[in-house]
Design a binder for this molecule. Structure first.
Ligand code: ZN
Length: 140
């Protein structure tokens, strides 16, 4: 018995139980919706990660907001070690000539952690970029 094309309720013509054209279209729509949902989730995840990152600045003893992420992480590591009693010279820190109480610790070519020697402890005070450092001269 020869197969006969029939007309589906959707108006398309074809063979079989269901309209393949509409079935394909429905599948494409499902995939598209899944992709959209995935993109939305990724965006939401990125927003949460950003929020989480912003929240970490609250516990810093020095304002590190706006700095490159790896400088923030490096600064936190050095600050923690300095606060724990590590010698600033371990990080190639140097006392400034114009004020020996001020200690400059290089975090990178561009960034310095500025600390202040109160006499009985070394207090991290700020992170400055190379330009800030040259223009302002750290007052700590
Ligand atoms: Zn159809």
């Amino acid at each position: 018995m020869p197969r006969r094309r029939k007309q589906f309720p959707c108006g398309h013509q074809g063979y079989g139980q269901v309209c393949h054209y509409c079935a394909q279209l429905a599948q494409a729509k499902v995939l598209e919706a899944a992709e959209r949902e995935q993109a939305r989730l990724a965006q939401e995840q990125a927003r949460l990660a950003r929020q989480e990152w912003e929240a970490t600045f609250a516990s810093d003893v020095v304002d590190l907001q706006g700095l490159p992420r790896w400088i923030v992480l490096k600064a936190r590591q050095v600050i923690a070690e300095i606060l724990a009693g590590a010698d600033y010279r371990r990080f190639k820190g140097k006392r400034l000539h114009h004020d020996r109480r001020v200690i400059s610790i290089p975090l990178s070519y561009d960034y310095r952690l500025i600390c202040y020697d109160t006499g009985d402890r070394i207090e991290p005070r700020s992170v400055l970029s190379h330009e800030d450092y040259n223009v302002k001269k750290p007052l700590a």
